[in-house]
Design a protein around this ligand. Structure first.
Ligand code: SAM
Length: 252
């Protein structure tokens, strides 16, 4: 681990801390850690607090970054990001146009998928959310493959072409006229919307553009976690019941 790098410290309870490796003390309820002790050590190394409690230092992944980063608006949940990426076949090297960036969570999932040869161009209309997304994308280390624009995508798309368009904003139908010009044949238009009436309104507007796309698909993703205990394995009593509807259109 190098000085200035971010690492994930995990304690015996599984509690996680995202910290910068530097020569300073870090206070926890299990005691004080000297973060400078991590410099030059490999990931997986253990350090002890002044009370003798052990922490393991791991390389943070994007889920750790997203869990710990500053939030502006509500983020797209990993279960929904996963299905967006899988169903649209988003791949390394792709160019994806996104809006709105919001807190940057979906941007980070997309940037992680397109890789260093790909690009994510993300529009965010609000300056305060643009700043939050910018910081979070930097924190994830993806600034070079993401172009963030403080712009309203309803006014148009600057880019001439894209492999996919992924939207998490109130009126995705406003982007359809630009999408038919910009999307490559075979690419996907994906719209994430929390409410059913948004899906309905979208499909009313879509009728005008239906000849440009294959038959649409709308999904909702439910993930049920289980408790695994010595005497009993069963579904958890609570679950995340609803996040959003995801509409997929494939360009002809
Ligand atoms: N997907 C984001 C994430 O995972 O962090 C969250 C997006 S948030 C729910 C919706 C965002 O869309 C807001 O930040 C809002 O300002 C932005 N937005 C709404 N209309 C927009 C537009 N016409 N152009 C660009 N951004 C827009």
């Amino acid at each position: 681990m190098k000085e200035g790098e971010r690492v994930l410290l995990v304690d015996k309870r599984g509690k996680r801390y995202l910290v910068k490796v530097e020569d300073r003390e870090f206070h926890t309820d299990l005691g004080i850690l000297k973060l400078g002790e991590l410099i030059g050590k490999p990931y997986g190394s253990r350090i002890e607090t002044h009370k003798g409690e052990t922490f393991v230092a791991l390389k943070p992944d994007i889920n750790d970054i997203i869990a710990k980063m500053k939030r502006g608006p509500q983020i797209v949940h990993p279960k929904d990001a996963g299905i967006i990426i899988a169903y649209a076949g988003i791949s390394p090297g792709d160019t994806v146009i996104e809006a709105g960036a919001g807190s940057g969570a979906l941007t980070i999932f997309l940037a992680n998928t397109v890789g260093p040869q790909g690009r994510v161009i993300s529009y965010e209309v609000r300056k305060d959310f643009y700043e939050i997304a910018k910081r979070n994308i930097e924190l994830a280390g993806f600034s070079e493959r993401v172009t963030l624009k403080n712009k309203n995508i309803y006014d148009g798309i600057d880019e001439e072409s894209a492999d996919h368009i992924v939207l998490d904003l109130p009126q995705p139908e406003n982007v359809l006229p630009y999408a038919v010009e910009v999307l490559r044949p075979g690419g996907y238009f994906v719209a994430y919307t929390p409410c059913m009436n948004q899906v309905h309104r979208f499909f009313q507007a879509f009728q005008e553009y239906r000849d440009h796309f294959m038959r649409p698909r709308v999904v909702e993703v439910l993930v049920r976690e289980h408790e695994v205990k010595k005497e009993c394995m069963r579904p958890k009593t609570t679950m995340l019941a609803h996040t959003g509807y995801i509409t997929f259109l494939r360009k002809l």
